[in-house]
Structures are given as C-alpha cells and as structure tokens.
Design a protein around this ligand. Sequence first.
Ligand SMILES: Cc1ncc(COP(=O)(O)O)c(C=O)c1O
Length: 344
Amino acid sequence: MNFSSDNTTPMSPSILTAIGEANKGFQSSYGSDDYSSQLQEAFSTLFEREVHVFLTNTGTAANSLALSALVRPYESILCSQEAHVFTDECGAPELYTGGSQLITVDGAFGKINPKALERQIEISEAIRPHKQKPGCVSITQATEAGTVYSVEEIQTIAQCCREHNLPLHMDGARFANALVSLGVSPSELTWKSGVDVLTFGATKNGAMCAEAVIFFNPTYAEDFDYLHKRSGQLMSKMRFFSCQFLAYLENDLWIENAQHANAMAISLASAFNRNQTPIINPVQANEVFVSLPAKVASYLEEQGAGFYSWGHVDECMYRFVTTWCTTEKEIIAFESLLEKALKS
Ligand SMILES: Cc1ncc(COP(=O)(O)O)c(C=O)c1O
C-alpha cells in the first residue's frame, strides 16, 4: 500500500533488461554511442518532427537547464504557485539561469489561469526596468495537483506567450500520465499547441533517473550542448540512459505504464468515494488528493499505508500517488483499512 510517490517504484523489467543488453562491449562516450543516435531518431518519430534531445539524470536538472536556455538573468519565469520548479527545486532554476526570478501566476488546481498570466505580464512590463522582464512561461503537465491541462488550455496560454514573445516550457515529469488521460498524440500536446521545450520524464513511470530535455524550436537548442556539459549532465556513459528511453518507448511501454497508473488512481478514488472521503482535486492522472481527519491518517500510516501529508498540516490534506506497479489488491486492502479507520 505504498502511495507515497511514483519515485519509490522499481524499474520496469524491460528497462532493466535493456541496461543489461547495453552493457556489452565498448561504445563511444558522451552521447556519441549508437543508442543515443537511435534515440534522437526515435524521439523525432514520436513527435512527428525533428527534435533536439538532451538527457539528464534528474527532473530538477532537466527543468532548470531547459529554463536556462530560455531566459536571461534579468528575466522572469512565470509559473503556477504549485509548480515543482517553484516549490521543490531548491533554487536550481535560479542557479542555472544565473539569477532569473520565478514569479507565480494564480490559477486553480495547479494550473496557470491565462487571464492572470496576461495580468502578471502587464504588471511586470508596466514598471520596466524595476521588475524583471517576463522571460518565459513554464507549465506542468500533468500538474502537481494531479490535474491535466487540456489541449485548448495549452493553446490559450501559448497564444498569450506568442503575443508577448515568450517561449513556453512544459515540465512533463508526468507527461505520459497526461497524454493517456487526454488521448491525444505527443505532437498535439506539445509543439502543435505551442510548446517550445519539454522536460520529458521517464523516472516516475518505470525508468531509473532518466529525464530528457526536448527542444521543438531549434533556436533554443543552439548552444545547449555547452549548458548541458557545464552543468555536469553530459554523462560519459550516456548509452545507459539512452537505452532506457529506447526500451521505454518500444512497444509503447510508457503508454501502458501510464494507463495502468491512471486506472489505479480512478480505482483508488472510487474507494475514497465509497467511504465518503472528500476528494479535493479532479482525478485526471495518477494522483488523488483527499481530506482526512488527522487521526484517520495516522491510523492508516500505522497500519502500513504510505502517503504524504500535503499543504499545511492543519488542512488535513493528503496526497496518494498510484504508479505503473500499483495493484488492485493493494487498493482493496487499503479500502478495508480505510473502512476500519473511519469506524474506529
Ligand atoms: C512535477 C515534477 N517536476 C519535476 C520533478 C523532478 O524531480 P527530481 O529532480 O526529483 O528528479 C518532480 C519530482 O517529484 C515533479 O513532481
């Protein structure tokens, strides 16, 4: 009953096998290996256009590096107040960008509200040069609140970006979960809707520390190889990262894993509904946010269920994450525990 985080999962067996397969003989280093060249092609096929791909070993590095290609130090990054880049990256975006400021934009359920975005840009521009110049917009898909931007919502934000000449970054640590939730193609969810750079996560959905920065707009990728190297993310044995992505994409493993994780979230949400437990955010990907009496939460934890307290402690809000390896059996066991906890 481990619903604490999708980072707690093991690797998908076929990804582990792929690492074993790649562990044969010598290969060129620093991304000049066969696996890495194949991967550039595989991603270009997936996104239906030529893309420029750079791998990193954490999502924080991927996001921060991507943002550093988009903004100058005196510019700002506009994002949701719940964005991982704002709340959980310990100032890495500021460090990598050389001091760019993250400015939050209001919105419900982890999303940016386009009107609030427009307003924030106007406020910043009106007091030039006292406030940082708006430099780019960053959205998270699926969001940190477990919700998903629709294609139309992304297009509206992208339209605002275009009007102000701002590039659009997407933190896709849970891109697969968003994609299967919407049932659209990777291209529709990204560049066709106006996204310039995507952080494409695989770690949470079956890989081991494998994240990719994918540029749809080649202008931003021009000197990125320098930034990548300078940040220590140009791995010498890149084949062991590239091979993971090849296995991840092969036979739609990434889709299958995300479909399973999302289905488990729906199943868990039904268990909460059957027990009259208020669900706080719409369940659209692989996370369920609920309100529970603190005593009930403690009992569940004591009995072995894993989940995180979210927000302020006194709000009694908890996050449950389902993953590619969550089982129905775990959810059934959790539901009977929940029933007991609520009765006692
Ligand atoms: C939305 C989102 N973005 C980025 C990350 C990056 O994670 P890390 O640097 O831990 O790999 C996470 C991890 O929890 C996340 O939830």
